[in-house]
Design a binder for this molecule. Structure first.
Ligand code: MLT
Length: 418
């Protein structure tokens, strides 16, 4: 790195040493070569104190707490509080946070009328992003009032209404009437109630299902600045409301390369099953460069060894399917594929390990959640991360985002009359 005429030799950092990479941040800030440019928001040049990832070591921490511990011990709202406010809440703080959220779960009836306007074949993600965006119109003070009290109110309102919107998007796709929130239930159970009560007469939320959902949402709660999260920060940097910014993030997540991945996994597993379930055949096909075939759910842009979330999800998947007595043959296919790949030099050399999307779809299906809703479930989980990132970006007073552009088009041309 050459800075002000002085050459600096930058160390190649290994493993946990990467945490020290922050030491060179002042150099990056000043350098014209590696630019700390919030406007461009390249992954290598943005700062955040929310989520730590080490792709070589397979480490994921929210605010310093390992994901394994949070998934084991916390509730989703506890993790939401941690991500958004930086500390785990005391019991009193958590109770207050939870109760405030419960007091905002209802949605204005005029928003329900917007829902009524969507055709039943509207994708639930389109419905979700539209309903979230409509909150800016229903609560215009979310743009004009930037006081801490108002921001906190916007945050709880969004956390509270998101499960209602998500369940209503599902109900719309089924052509069924909506269920209203039941505030005596916890966050996950209330969502399940809105999803599955009526037409199932006397539906009772199974605590096993609710616990499984709690874990899945925690595992998806943040993942540093990827496509959707950067989108939330970029849109928010124009001082757009939290609701508009998160709505934009939902649209970014909707794309098949981002949130749509677990849907692709389950469709592929189904196709392998329909083909007779010979996993070795598909492993060989994936290795054949000319086949154009790729095993979905293997490898990750960030994780080069394994995705720590995948390990937890695999364990949860076994547990949940056992407890619910669900026998989904694609689970065995998934396990066989994993086994075959993890022992095959081709996959080992390329560090292609199952990622978070590999098992999550199987769990969602066991819980009775249809494939079209998988991305919505991802959005529900990712919400606290988006909120935390939007808040951090505002608190850091980041300037409006504006990518640096290098013009590569035609040079000056004279207009010639024809
Ligand atoms: C995520 O959890 O957001 C995905 O793994 C995508 C990513 O972080 O790049």
């Amino acid at each position: 790195l050459i800075l002000d005429g002085v050459t600096y030799e930058l160390p190649v950092l290994e493993g946990s040493e990467k945490e020290k990479a922050i030491d060179i941040a002042p150099l990056r800030d000043k350098s014209g070569y590696i630019t700390l440019d919030y406007g461009f928001k390249n992954t290598g040049s943005t700062k955040s104190a929310i989520t730590f990832l080490d792709g070589e070591e397979g480490i994921l921490r929210y605010r310093g707490y390992p994901i394994e511990q949070l998934a084991e011990k916390s509730s989703f709202l506890e993790v939401a509080y941690l991500l958004i406010y930086g500390e785990l809440p005391s019991q009193a703080e958590l109770d207050q946070f939870t109760n405030t959220i419960k007091s905002h779960t209802l949605v204005h009836e005029d928003i329900r009328k917007i829902l009524d306007g969507f055709p039943a074949n509207a994708h639930p993600m389109g419905v979700l992003s539209s309903l979230v965006c409509s909150l800016t119109a229903f609560y215009p003070e979310s743009i004009t009032d930037r006081s801490k009290e108002q921001v906190d109110l916007n945050i709880v309102r969004l956390l509270a209404k998101m499960p209602t919107f998500a369940a209503w998007a599902f109900k719309n796709s089924m052509g069924h009437p909506v269920n209203y929130p039941k505030n005596k239930l916890d966050y996950c159970s209330n969502f399940l109630h809105m999803m599955f009560s009526l037409p199932v007469e006397g539906y009772e939320v199974d605590p096993v299902v609710s616990d499984a959902l709690n874990k899945l949402l925690i595992l998806h709660a943040d993942h540093e600045q990827n496509c959707s999260t950067s989108t939330v920060r970029v849109v928010g940097s124009s001082k757009a409301s939290l609701y508009s910014s998160v709505s934009a993030g939902i649209n970014a997540l909707w794309g098949p390369l981002h949130g749509g991945a677990n849907q692709e996994v389950i469709e592929q597993l189904d196709a392998i099953k329909a083909d007779g379930g010979n996993t070795q055949k598909w492993v060989e096909k994936a290795k054949d460069k000319n086949s154009g075939f790729r095993l979905m759910g293997f490898g990750h842009r960030v994780y080069k060894n394994f995705d720590p979330r995948a390990k937890i999800i695999k364990g949860a998947c076994d547990q949940i399917l056992n407890k619910l007595g669900v026998n989904d043959p694609v689970l065995n296919i998934a396990k066989e594929l994993e086994e075959a790949a993890l022992n095959d030099p081709y996959f080992i050399e390329r560090k292609l390990y199952p990622n978070v999307d590999f098992y999550s779809g199987i769990i969602y299906r066991a819980l009775g959640i249809p494939t079209d809703m998988f991305t919505v479930m991802f959005a529900l989980g990712r919400l606290p991360g988006w909120i935390a990132q939007w808040k951090e970006m505002n608190e850091q007073k980041e300037p409006i985002s504006r990518p640096r552009q290098i013009y590569v088009g035609a040079t000056l041309r004279d207009y010639v009359d024809v």
